[in-house]
Write a protein that binds this ligand. Structure first.
Ligand SMILES: Cc1cc2nc3c(=O)[nH]c(=O)nc-3n(C[C@H](O)[C@H](O)[C@H](O)COP(=O)(O)O)c2cc1C
Length: 192
């Protein structure tokens, strides 16, 4: 099998990381791979904001925790959000899996291509990382909280444009554990 297909078939989400940081050169290559993803009308409206500074990582995590704590739990609150809010009660909770690198992918609000553009870019970055021996996991907490004031304030500090919202984010680092086997594939393919 060629190495590109091998890379696609062996990538798994990684949720436990070594403390060791990934080299800046690899981060640059990963971000470059993201920027070469196909995107609607070739407009490249996205922005990739990578964080490796431990103090900023801590600030992101604490903003996530405090924001989650500010959300009231009502009957309609989704059980996943309830579990995150419960986790946030622990002041040591880490929502970034203690990863050394975090990439936030933002794009124009109210633009139909923004989500697919960001998803393709994140896919490229995750595959590029895997090809360099670096593990990753898509994280969906931040996108769901973009509209809340504490999170917007954080995004301002990170120079994320006012007309952008977060469509996805991804943690990266060296995996602590060997990969789990992939779940069996569902029977979803039909060829006519
Ligand atoms: C849109 C999307 C959102 C996801 N959100 C999260 C998340 O918030 N937290 C997490 O741990 N994994 C998240 N994942 C990772 C999936 O859980 C994972 O890809 C899936 O269980 C399949 O496992 P695998 O990637 O190891 O094959 C997300 C993946 C995608 C594509």
């Amino acid at each position: 099998m060629n190495p590109v297909l091998q890379n696609i078939l062996t990538i798994r989400s990684v949720r436990a990381f070594k403390k060791e940081q990934i080299p800046k050169e690899d981060l640059d290559t990963i971000l470059l791979a993201g920027s070469y993803a196909p995107n609607g009308m070739g407009l490249q409206n996205w922005k990739f904001t990578a964080i490796q500074n431990p103090a900023i990582m801590e600030k992101v995590n604490e903003t996530l925790r405090q924001t989650l704590l500010s959300i009231p739990i009502v009957a309609e609150t989704h059980p996943y959000i309830v579990s995150l809010i419960e986790k946030a009660n622990d002041k040591n909770a880490n929502f970034l899996y203690y990863a050394p690198t975090y990439i936030i992918v933002s794009n124009l609000k109210d633009n139909g291509n923004s989500m697919p553009d960001c998803a393709l870019a994140i896919g490229n970055m995750m595959l590029a990382a895997h090809s360099l021996g670096i593990g990753s996991c898509w994280l969906n907490q931040l996108p769901g909280l973009t509209h809340l004031p504490q999170v917007r304030e954080l995004l301002n500090e990170l120079d994320i444009p006012q007309d952008h919202i977060i469509y996805g984010s991804v943690v990266m680092g060296y995996s602590l554990n060997p990969p789990n086997p992939a779940a069996p594939r569902k029977d979803v393919i039909r060829v006519f």
